[in-house]
Design a protein around this ligand. Structure first.
Ligand code: ADP
Length: 287
């Protein structure tokens, strides 16, 4: 009788442990799968980044050769290309560093009180000049001729540049990009008036199922022609973090095949020190 009881006890124990092992195994398998996904996302990111770095570096080195061989013919145009490509490289690295600083909460902000409308118009004008080669119709609409408010010009440039360059990048020739500035109240953001920036394009749009992920780090839609469109999936993640830093909100609307709109709401505050003369800020040199 005692032996039987001992056997029973053992069987129960074996069953209990087997069950535990199966549970642990399931957990380990799930963790392995998640790690694999993360690993795949990282490899993809490194592949994208390498591509983003290689193109400008190839141009820079190729231009250096040309300048050495035929300085007379190439010095002026070559120097400009080298500067532009160098600037783009620096810009990419700065975006990665900013994203990291935002995540650790150490990104400094420097708001100043000034008229934001001419500032936004000057960013738009620089993009319009760049987009000329793509034969695009670019329109700037504003319901306000002037708006004195606090803003950090460097961060604002980053927000608007990312949205405008995406709109241009993901829209074919002869498409349309519209930048609209208005003022309104969005109670989810603040009970006070907000500056509303809307950038609308008639580009290829985003799949409905993928739209919620476009603000995720390293996310790139599956619908794009991977080879022809370069990118890292950092731009919108950084844009969203910056908008949050200013207590604002960003939303994206899109229909596959007909276009996308990105809308930023920024609460208007008027407390920062008045702007001193500002250095002109330059947008990234390619789209
Ligand atoms: P990147 O452009 O470097 O890939 P972003 O973070 O700026 O990264 O954008 C993430 C993804 O969202 C893009 O890869 C693209 O698939 C999609 N996307 C963003 N803006 C647009 C747009 N205006 N039209 C179509 N797709 C867009």
């Amino acid at each position: 009788r005692r032996i039987l009881t001992e056997r029973q006890r053992l069987r129960v124990e074996v069953e209990r442990r087997t069950e535990q092992i199966q549970k642990d195994k399931a957990i380990i398998e799930q963790q392995a799968e998640e790690l694999q996904k993360l690993d795949a996302a990282k490899s993809q990111f490194f592949a994208n980044i390498s591509h983003e770095l290689r193109t400008p570096l190839t141009i820079i080195l190729g231009m250096m050769d040309q300048i050495e061989k035929q300085p007379k013919n190439w010095l002026k145009a070559g120097a400009k290309m080298i500067r532009n490509n160098g600037r783009n490289l620096l810009d990419l690295i700065n975006q990665i560093l900013d994203l990291q600083k935002l995540e650790s909460g150490t990104l400094q902000i420097n708001p100043q009180f000034d008229d934001i409308i001419p500032f936004l118009r000057s960013i738009f004008d620089q993009f319009q000049a760049l987009a000329i080669s793509k034969d695009m119709k670019m329109t700037f609409n504003t319901e306000l001729e002037t708006l004195q408010m606090d803003y950090d010009s460097e961060k604002m440039l980053r927000i608007v540049s990312n949205m405008l360059s995406n709109a241009i990048k993901y829209t074919r020739e002869n498409g349309q990009v519209t930048f609209t500035i208005s003022k309104g109240i969005k109670t989810e953001v603040a009970p006070k008036p907000c500056l509303i920036l809307t950038i609308r394009d008639t580009g290829r749009g985003i799949l409905e199922a993928e739209l919620p992920y476009v603000f995720d780090r390293f996310f790139r839609a599956t619908t794009q022609e991977k080879v022809s469109s370069s990118g890292t999936g950092i731009g919108l993640a950084l844009t969203k973090e910056l908008v949050k830093l200013f207590q604002g909100e960003i939303e994206g609307l899109s229909e596959l095949g007909s276009g996308s709109s990105f809308i930023v709401y920024l609460p208007i505050t008027q407390q920062a020190p008045r702007a001193q003369s500002k250095d002109a800020l330059a947008i990234p040199a390619t789209i």
